[in-house]
Design a protein around this ligand. Structure first.
Ligand code: RB5
Length: 153
């Protein structure tokens, strides 16, 4: 499995910890984030990880900024991306089970290292349930691809 990881200046240390954790699970990690504390726009890393995930070059993405919000918003502008911000593992698992999230995001100023690892593990270990969730996720794709939603007319 290959996972892309991206971050801004607020999340360099947590990025290294999460990267090491992913590698300890036998996952190949593609690091496209900044590696220094110099100010770095979260949109760049969010966009890069979003493109890698949407193109299928990697199996999923992990994004970390101060809150996880800006970087996930950037990724979600890329067609095909479902990036979800989580601060705990229960929501992280549900984002995969119900929303088929292909990117998980969290904040380095919000969660500590152990919670970050638990979030990543919960998301990686969960499986999309399909069924009734399939149609709901398909609506997100419909909005993205057509700019409209038939069910809302
Ligand atoms: C950077 O200071 C901070 O704004 C950024 O990391 C993130 O929290 C934005 O959503």
């Amino acid at each position: 499995m290959k996972i892309a990881i991206g971050n801004d200046h607020a999340a360099v240390e947590l990025k290294w910890a999460v990267k090491e954790h992913l590698e300890s699970r036998g996952i190949e990690v593609v690091n496209v984030g900044t590696d220094t504390a110099d100010s770095f726009p979260y949109a760049v890393s969010g966009f890069k990880v979003g493109k890698l995930v949407a193109s299928g070059e990697v199996d999923g993405g992990v994004l970390i900024c101060g809150t996880g919000v800006g970087i996930s918003l950037a990724a979600n502008k890329v067609k095909g991306v479902r990036a979800c911000v989580c601060s705990e593992p229960v929501t992280a698992a549900l984002t995969k089970r119900h929303n088929n999230a292909n990117i998980i995001a969290f904040g380095a100023r919000i969660v500590g290292v152990e919670t970050a690892k638990a979030i990543v593990d919960a998301w990686l270990d969960a499986r999309f349930e399909g069924g009734r969730h399939e149609a709901r996720v398909a609506m997100l794709t419909e909005i993205e691809e057509t700019g409209g939603l038939k069910a809302a007319e």
